[in-house]
Design a protein. Structure first.
Length: 313
């Protein structure tokens, strides 16, 4: 069997743009949807290269154990020296913000003050260690799910005793320093092949659902009948900052080939990095305006890697 590109994922909608880009290049690929499956450890993996797009938010699509199954598959692939983009280390960071923050800090990248907590009573006690506003978020999450803003520990107490409280899938809730952005925006830096591709500003004034995929866009902001729709995602022209070099070193050290890294900047200009997404998606409208296309660039990178592999065979 000839070498092939294998796409590891659990969300057909998010993978569709990549499949279209690979079809346009006329390169062979296989779709590995790892919601369920059987892994025979006595067999060798197929030939080719493997791109892991497993998402931390898979449980919100009833794919509860897809990350765990993917971890098993990646261990199998790596044991047989297969080329894996976004490897098992990348997956470990995808499903744990605690792992992300400790790894970022090891590379001199500032993150917001964060406490990882298990238990409601412990959450209330931890909240007393924050001087100002703070947010809750899940250790394993995606798209900003579970993010709540609190101005005072008493508000957190009311939330914890209400039906609105969301129990994290891994039991770990993060309490995190709230960083006030003067323009209600965050910036997401996209990296392809471990190198900076572009930065996109994201308007957070409507909330924390920040997935750039078209399938995640809901509400009047994106309604085609709105007279003057406000773009939520805008690619920045000629973004250049020393943080990019730090991000690239961080990605290389952690087996991450493709990713989006999000930061927020306070009124004093201090950058706080708070999310690494190794299952990055791209906003079609923003890319059309800028003339930059993430999935096309990923498809080209995968095609070149497959070509190099077949030339060596």
């Amino acid at each position: 069997m000839s070498a092939t590109i294998h796409i590891i994922h659990e969300n057909d909608e998010w993978t569709k743009p990549l499949r279209q880009a690979l079809d346009a290049l006329n390169v062979p690929y296989e779709d590995w949807h790892l919601h369920e499956g059987t892994l025979d450890l006595s067999k060798e993996p197929p030939k080719g290269i493997f791109y892991n797009r497993m998402s931390a938010s898979s449980h919100t699509r009833d794919h509860r154990f897809a990350p765990e199954y993917t971890a098993a598959v990646l261990s199998w692939l790596e044991a047989h020296d297969r080329i894996v983009f976004n490897n098992s280390r990348a997956l470990a960071l995808e499903v744990s913000k605690v792992a992300q923050y400790t790894a970022l800090q090891a590379h001199g990248i500032q993150t917001p003050k964060t406490m990882a907590v298990v238990g409601k009573a412990q959450l209330l006690e931890a909240a007393s260690h924050f001087d100002g506003a703070f947010i809750t978020k899940h250790n394993r999450a995606g798209k900003g799910l579970g993010v709540q803003l609190f101005q005072h520990p008493d508000a957190l107490k009311s939330y914890l005793t209400s039906d609105d409280f969301e129990e994290p899938i891994d039991g770990i809730t993060l309490l995190q320093q709230y960083i006030q952005s003067p323009n209600a925006k965050i910036t997401r830096c996209e990296f392809i092949g471990g190198k900076f591709f572009y930065a996109v500003d994201v308007d957070t004034s409507d909330g924390f659902e920040l997935c750039p995929a078209d399938a995640c866009q809901i509400g009047d902001t994106f309604c085609p009948t709105t007279a003057t729709p406000k773009p939520k995602f805008v690619i920045r022209e000629s973004f250049d900052h020393p943080i990019i070099e730090k991000y690239e070193r961080f990605l290389q050290a952690n087996g991450i080939t493709f990713a989006g890294i999000e930061f927020i900047q306070d009124a004093q200009g201090t950058i706080y990095t708070y999310d690494v997404n190794t299952n990055t998606n791209y906003n079609k409208d923003a890319e059309q305006v800028a003339g930059l296309y993430g999935m096309t660039a990923i498809a080209n990178h995968l095609a070149n890697a497959l070509h190099s592999l077949t030339q060596k065979a």
